[in-house]
Design a protein. Structure first.
Length: 455
């Protein structure tokens, strides 16, 4: 790829040629100043775009298109002009090439993949060894800079890969042990920030959802999408999940939409569930779905019948902000300003709520071995400041922290995990329960070594 980015340069120049052809079809060829005046930009910008030297923002690009479409009439083409969708699609195509070029230029150039096999068992130990060989500290900080924040994190079933969603409308795969990017970013299809990612149970597919309401299904091996974008019924696609057998894909905006993906290339909508969602989805190993709702309720659904399974669980005075099943499907955790555990066999509360002080919880998860429960806490204004181990002083403002408890005792398993500045949006356990990944609006993707079970 050349300095200007090969495919990106070609796409940019092709787009500029189309604009020049549009200009050439006008009865009176306008000069750069006339175009610039009507579009509200500078003549230099018009010259750069028409000559393929730059790819502007969508606002500038579409302003030029609207001027050139109806220049002879003396006004701008309306937004519902029949040619507008084609030009928006053309801009998006070049924008995707531009973003890929930016990602390629930022990707580190490193050596070959490590020779040792990465397995779920001992994953944390392999990560530590790889870090020690590089002479780095045990607390790992893989870099995710230049991607406009880390909004979602997920581990593959075997733990070898992590997937992250970003504000740059991209999904990135990472080599867990080498702690570096694995291949090119997955781009195309999303036109908004990617805020949820999830691997299928067999690890062959990856689903991602974004604020534009679109859900993409990717082939992990090739990095290509396997079907056209799926659309949630309303709102952004802010959570996705797979059924335990991998046959169903669930995506939620304001409601939950369910697709049969027995043939991933031809997903079929089979149901629409619930409403007034306020938490990400959770699916149990037994094929139950948990949804959190405004007003403090959680609802259980049976994925085989696609119907409600029992009455709502009412254990919070405010909106349910997070839900999670234990790996053996015997417990459900619901969260708001505290975490409440429920016995799934009886649907009764299991003990008193687990509290963490002031603040709200926006993510909760069990470790796959069932030993730990982790919650991402967004502190309230009265929360005490916690010193980051990298700083000599306390943080200037309370930042998100991860609180970790032992499930059996409800006692803290370790000190709160702190270090991000601002909100932690993505969090996930590795399959062997020893790694915990967090990603935030600060652009950091962090790996933490979690306490081992004493059992």
């Amino acid at each position: 790829m050349g300095v200007d980015g090969g495919n990106y340069k070609a796409g940019r120049e092709a787009s500029a040629a189309e604009l020049r052809r549009l200009r050439g079809r006008l009865s009176q060829r306008p000069d750069l100043k006339q175009i610039a005046h009507r579009a509200g930009v500078s003549p230099a910008t018009v010259s750069d775009v028409l000559n393929g030297r730059t790819h502007p923002s969508q606002v500038v690009y579409m302003a030029l298109v609207r001027v050139l479409l109806t220049f002879d009439t003396g006004g701008l083409a309306p937004q519902n002009h029949p040619d507008i969708p084609l030009w928006r699609e053309r801009w998006q195509g070049v924008q995707e090439l531009k973003e890929q070029h930016k990602l390629d230029s930022r990707s580190p150039r490193r050596g070959s993949q490590p020779t040792e096999a990465a397995t779920a068992h001992g994953l944390a130990e392999q990560v530590v060894l790889a870090t020690m060989r590089r002479g780095e500290r045990i607390q790992m900080f893989p870099v995710a800079e230049g991607l406009e924040g880390v909004w979602a994190v997920a581990f593959s079933p075997d733990g070898q890969l992590m997937a992250t969603g970003h504000g740059l409308r991209t999904v990135q795969l990472w080599d867990t042990i080498a702690q570096r990017r694995s291949g090119k970013a997955l781009v195309g299809g999303h036109i908004g920030q990617v805020q949820t990612v999830r691997f299928s149970p067999n690890g062959k597919l990856l689903a991602s959802g974004s604020v534009d309401g679109r859900i993409m299904i990717w082939d992990v091996a090739t990095g290509h999408s396997v079907c056209a974008p799926l659309q949630v019924s309303a709102g952004g696609a802010w959570t996705v999940a797979f059924s335990p057998d991998g046959r169903l894909l669930l995506g939620a905006g304001r409601t939950v939409r369910v697709w049969d993906i027995t043939d991933p290339e031809q997903p079929e909508v089979v149901a629409k569930l619930g409403g007034n969602l306020s938490a990400r989805l959770a699916v149990s190993a037994e094929g139950l779905l948990a949804t959190g709702h405004t007003g403090g309720a959680a609802q259980i659904w049976n994925l085989r019948t696609l119907a409600k399974d029992g009455a709502p669980l009412l254990g919070h005075g405010t909106d349910v902000t997070a839900v999670a099943f234990s790996p053996d499907a015997k417990l459900l955790a619901t969260a708001s300003r505290a975490v409440q555990l429920w016995e799934m066999s009886s649907r009764d509360m299991a003990g008193e709520p687990v509290t963490h002080g002031d603040g709200s919880i926006h993510a909760v998860s069990f470790s796959p071995d069932g030993h730990l429960l982790a919650a991402v806490v967004q502190p309230g204004p009265q929360s005490p400041r916690i010193a980051d181990e990298d700083d000599d002083e306390e943080t200037a403002d309370p930042a998100d922290a991860v609180h970790v408890w032992e499930v059996s005792s409800g006692e803290a398993a370790c000190d709160p995990l702190v270090g991000h500045t601002g909100t932690i949006w993505g969090a996930a356990f590795s399959t062997d329960s020893r790694l915990y990944a967090t990603g935030g609006e600060d652009g950091q993707l962090r790996l933490w070594i979690m306490p081992a079970s004493s059992v």
